[in-house]
Design a protein around this ligand. Structure first.
Ligand SMILES: Nc1ncnc2c1ncn2[C@@H]1O[C@H](COP(=O)(O)OP(=O)(O)OP(=O)(O)O)[C@@H](O)[C@H]1O
Ligand SMILES: [Mg+2]
Length: 152
């Protein structure tokens, strides 16, 4: 599947959302060889972690991706690049970001996937991808995933 920015991808199960993640990660590997920042937005249970699991199949195929809910960040050294998976749910200010070494991660040239980017509007890089996963009110398993490229 060739990935397209700005295109709404409709999925009806987690495997399809993972496939969109894999396709986007392949796009990143080709176009952003020095890494990228992906700010993820979407409700609890929208499928952000599922998406990253799919992205990992392209960047770090041997990674076993689990939610970084308690660790805030999980790091995977894949054969195709570094993958940093953040969950900012419990982060509220710059101090708590500093204490996990956030800024150092951004300089390491990896692919940063950041769940709950809503929590860190003050700490987004100048250039990033914005990923939105929307649930549908009328169907528990339906999602719409849209990714745009943003410049500050
Ligand atoms: N189309 C779909 N895409 C992704 N997940 C789906 C889909 N349909 C159902 N699901 C279910 O939704 C849940 C998504 O969970 P996941 O942990 O990926 O969400 P999350 O956005 O990371 O949540 P949190 O904010 O709690 O970290 C899983 O239980 C998954 O099985
Ligand atoms: Mg999650």
């Amino acid at each position: 599947m060739e990935f397209l920015l700005d295109n709404p991808y409709h999925t009806t199960n987690p495997a399809q959302s993972e496939a969109v993640g894999a396709s986007f990660a392949q796009y990143l590997l080709e176009r952003e060889p020095h890494g990228a920042f992906v700010a993820m937005y979407g409700d609890l249970g929208a499928g952000k972690t599922a998406f990253v699991r799919g992205a990992a199949t392209a960047i770090a195929p041997d990674a076993y991706v689990q939610s970084p809910t308690y660790t805030v960040v999980n790091e995977y050294h894949g054969k195709n690049g570094l993958l940093f998976h953040f969950d900012m749910y419990r982060i509220d200010d710059e101090d708590s970001l500093d204490s996990i070494g956030y800024w150092d991660y951004l300089e390491r040239g990896g692919y940063c996937f950041v769940e709950w980017s809503e929590k860190i509007p003050f700490a987004l890089p100048d250039e990033y991808y914005r990923l939105e996963i929307r649930k549908h009110a009328d169907d528990d398993n339906a999602r719409t995933i849209t990714i745009t490229k943003e410049h500050i």
